[in-house]
Design a protein around this ligand. Structure first.
Ligand code: NIG
Ligand code: FE
Length: 420
């Protein structure tokens, strides 16, 4: 007797890994569709996928769901968010519409530092409550795993407050959370004009404190990330921060080439980073590097969309170079308050010219690899965690074809059913 059997799906999209690796280059978009398929689940894991007749003959389940011709896909993985924050930046949105740029607003003390002021003033409980509401909406939209960065505290005490909020939410919320330390998100006001002193603080105090805090909570060292950008952290500062994190056992991520191509993507590949994210103004040489290394390229199309800009990640060039492409929301109060991976998929197809199949693989399997969980999550292969979606549509393409709504009918997280 197994826990759950889902049968008579219009199609089951397996999204297989490529010999234990993400789908790279032209292999992106391999879905392995099983028409009239079924999924057998036990102990929170996928036991088998296959034709409904076979699985119904083989297993009896405590609970059965007739998918009634609807598509079944892996749960969506959102591998880049800044989800724990307080306050909002609606006024800055209006300034940008009137012509101010994101970096101008940031240089004038707004932007990230405006959210830092709200976060420093907020209690842990307030941060947890505000983020929980966002996570609830994300789960209903089909996101079953989300990466969350710190980066709005920018001192030891407040960065640890954000990390504590992330750990509490991971323990209490059905969505799985992957933590990232982003002390190098901006230079805080008390270090204005002294970026190197702030970098020294990150390296000598913050990184050891974060790793010790994680250990005290029974957690592995979180990812470390840097906003490598003109006017924020330059390439050399980014390298020093990432190398220090690596020396403390932290896996690496980077914000690279959002506004200027400084070489951050190549640096990420050189250091063996798990992912390099944004990649809008990425130099040709860095795109080639992505095809040669293990670093996953994470495109965040909701960000140029949110900023009203026209340039997006050159996804087709990354695919042609043999890179592994993933998608994420970048959900944050400044550039992209977007909680929907479905919207990101729809936008990616239109703005970056990828196919719905490529978008699905980039938002599931490859996104799982972008947070170091590709071995456990992101596809409907036996042995993986049972995180999957039953759509309110017969075909996975509806996830990208429609936009602005919710095509997900039922979310199954670790084998537990959540109806929306
Ligand atoms: O990924 N670019 C830096 N960080 C975020 C924006 C954060 C904010 O503006 O609050 C991003 O777009
Ligand atoms: Fe970001």
């Amino acid at each position: 007797m197994i826990d759950l059997l889902i049968y008579d799906a219009g199609q089951v999209c397996v999204v297989p890994s490529q010999e234990g690796a993400p789908q790279r280059g032209e292999a992106l978009g391999s879905l392995e569709l099983i028409e009239g398929g079924a999924v057998a689940i036990d102990g929170g894991r996928i036991l088998a996928v296959g034709p409904s007749e076979h699985l119904r003959a083989e297993y009896t389940a405590r609970h059965e769901i007739n998918a009634d011709g609807c598509a079944v896909v892996p749960g969506l993985v959102d591998p880049h968010t800044h989800l724990v924050w307080a306050g909002d930046r609606a006024a800055e949105f209006e300034m940008r519409i009137a012509g101010a740029t994101y970096m101008e607003i940031m240089a004038a003390g707004g932007g990230i530092n405006s959210t830092v002021r709200h976060v420093r003033a907020a209690s842990l409980e307030q941060l947890v409550a505000e983020t929980e509401a966002r996570l609830d909406r994300m789960l209903r939209l089909g996101t079953t795993t989300v990466e969350i960065k710190t980066g709005y505290g920018l001192d030891v005490e407040n960065e640890l407050k954000l990390l504590e909020a992330i750990y509490r939410l991971d323990a209490s919320h059905p969505v799985d959370i992957v933590a990232t330390f982003l002390g190098a998100h901006a230079v805080p006001p008390e270090y204005e004009g002294r970026t190197d002193d702030y970098v020294a603080l990150i390296i000598t105090e913050m990184i050891p404190a974060v790793v010790e805090f994680a250990r005290s909570r029974g957690q592995p060292p979180p990812f470390i990330d840097v906003f490598c950008e003109e006017g924020v952290f330059d390439l050399d500062q980014s390298r020093r921060i990432l190398e220090a994190g690596k020396a403390h056992g932290m896996p690496l991520k980077i914000h690279a080439d959002e506004f200027a191509g400084l070489g951050g993507t190549k640096l990420a590949v050189e250091l063996g980073a798990t992912s390099a994210d944004h990649l809008v103004r990425t130099p040709a040489e860095d795109i080639r590097a992505l095809g040669q290394g293990e670093t996953v390229a994470v495109a965040l199309p909701a960000t140029p969309f949110g900023l009203g800009e026209r340039e997006y990640t050159p996804a087709r060039e990354i695919i042609r170079a043999g890179g592994a492409l993933a998608l994420a929301t970048d959900c944050n109060p400044g550039t992209a308050w977007c909680e929907s991976m479905q919207f990101v998929m729809a936008l990616a197809c239109r703005a970056m010219r990828i196919t719905p199949a490529e978008a699905l693989a980039a938002a599931t399997l490859n996104a799982a690899y972008a947070v170091g969980r590709g071995g456990q999550l992101g596809s409907l292969e036996s042995g993986k965690q049972a995180d999957l979606l039953i759509l309110d549509a017969p075909d996975y393409r509806h996830l990208a074809y429609r936009f602005g709504g919710n095509v997900v009918k039922t979310v199954i997280k670790r084998g537990q059913v959540w109806n929306s």
